[in-house]
Design a protein around this ligand. Structure first.
Ligand SMILES: C[S@@+](CC[C@H](N)C(=O)[O-])C[C@H]1O[C@@H](n2cnc3c(N)ncnc32)[C@H](O)[C@@H]1O
Length: 254
């Protein structure tokens, strides 16, 4: 399993060696891009592989499903924050004046916390795996502020990064903000304990039409997410759907 871990932050990457070699080449090409700085951001599509693009397309389709529903977007497990940033851009495209569509991300910003027997043995991760660089939360906050600054009503902050163990921070957030309705909840903690607590905590804040996204359902490497869902919801009453462009991500429209 060691060869599917990243060197620095103990994250799991299932790419084959030849795929990894090609990705390294891509990274070199990005680092050496002979593009002028003021054209770099507009040309990032140069470096989007089918895999990266598929996730973007998935979230594009998911975002379209929530446009006519009320409430916030929550991501459980943020890491480097690419999904949060993407969601902010999608909000800017589809509903730039919807000040109620807050985007809230929960993470320790120090990797997994609360691994248990329910997470099985295949993943070989520990508490602390999937960590990020020091002070990353601050960097991500600046990125998300820039995303908002490029869109209307940027004087109203519409994102929040909640740092800490989600088994404490999610119930505390909802206690603080009892007006919360969750339009879209993205589960990507990978592991059982925080997923179970977050599912239980948001359940009374969900409504008919809320969308739940899961990154690891039916995944044998991270069985904890499925166990948590089955303990909190009667899955026989849920339609667990997927989209053709991604293998792992699934969703439920309540
Ligand atoms: C796979 S990563 C999330 C990736 C991210 N959703 C993305 O789109 O790139 C899993 C994240 O869950 C976080 N996490 C795991 N256990 C946690 C806990 N108990 N409380 C808060 N965050 C936790 C980790 O710190 C890690 O950043």
């Amino acid at each position: 399993m060691a060869d599917i871990k990243t060197q620095k932050h103990d994250a799991i990457v299932l790419s084959s060696q030849s795929e990894k070699d090609l990705q390294l080449k891509f990274i070199e090409m990005l680092k050496q891009a002979p593009l002028p700085e003021d054209e770099l951001l507009a040309n990032l599509g140069l470096f989007l592989s089918s895999k990266s693009l598929s996730r973007i397309l998935f979230f594009y389709e998911i975002y379209r499903k929530i446009i006519n529903t009320h409430g916030v977007v929550m991501e459980f497990g943020v890491r480097w924050g690419q999904t949060l940033s993407l969601l902010s851009a999608l909000r800017g495209i589809f509903e730039p004046f919807n000040r109620h569509r807050k985007i809230i991300g929960f993470d320790t910003f120090a990797g997994f916390k609360g691994m248990s027997d329910k997470d099985g043995k295949l993943c070989k991760t520990t508490d602390g795996s999937f960590s990020v660089s020091e002070n990353y939360q601050q960097y991500l906050g600046e990125i998300l502020a820039l995303q908002e600054a490029l869109n209307p009503i940027s004087h109203l902050k519409k994102f929040e990064l909640v740092q800490g163990d989600a088994t404490e921070t999610v119930p505390a957030y909802l206690k603080r903000q009892p007006e919360t309705l969750v339009s879209l909840a993205i589960f990507d903690f990978d592991i059982y304990q925080p997923t179970k607590v977050a599912l239980e905590a948001i359940k009374p804040h969900l409504f008919k039409g809320s969308v739940l996204v899961f990154d690891e359902l039916a995944d044998d490497i991270f069985p904890g997410e499925t166990i948590a869902l089955r303990e909190v919801f009667d899955v026989t009453n849920l339609k667990v759907e997927r989209m053709p462009m991604t293998a792992r991500v699934s969703y439920v429209v309540l």
